[in-house]
Write a protein that binds this ligand. Structure first.
Ligand code: 5GP
Length: 125
């Protein structure tokens, strides 16, 4: 798999506002925040998409969610709540092909999370 911008952040080749780091994971503020607190939690091991997670990597992916809970506790968002999202491929809205959990916090978030842009009607199409 070719390197993404996130590998460069892991290797400190480009700067990021890092909020958490351990041997397996790194978390940093999103450059284009969609909530008052928007961080990306990534594995240090590059995995392109959710489709590419192997059986051996299941514990690593679970670890990303534990890291999210730890960041929530450390930053005061655990009790009011937050949203965790992983986008996969084009229709999921994925733009960086190194898996990441978006953590959105600091305001009430709407649901459903999208607005339908194209109404698809197979009869009229
Ligand atoms: P995706 O669209 O793949 O689910 O999410 C990728 C996220 O990475 C986007 O929310 C985007 O704002 C963020 N992002 C892209 N490039 C950079 C960067 O260089 N630094 C940081 N901190 N975030 C980035």
């Amino acid at each position: 798999m070719s390197d993404t911008i996130f590998t460069k952040i892991i290797n400190r080749e480009i700067p990021a506002d890092i909020v958490y780091e351990d041997d397996l994971a790194l978390a940093f503020k999103d450059i284009n925040p969609q909530a008052p607190f928007h961080v990306l939690i990534i594995p240090k091991q590059a995995i392109a998409t959710v489709n590419d997670i192997t059986q051996e990597q299941r514990e690593l992916v679970g670890h990303l969610y534990w890291v999210a809970s730890e960041i929530a506790r450390q930053n005061g968002y655990a009790s009011e709540g937050y949203r965790l999202v992983m986008n996969c491929n084009e229709f999921g809205g994925q733009t960086v092909y190194h898996i990441h959990v978006h953590m959105l916090a600091g305001k009430p978030l709407g649901w459903p999370p999208y607005q339908e842009r194209i109404k698809h009607n197979p009869v009229e199409a």
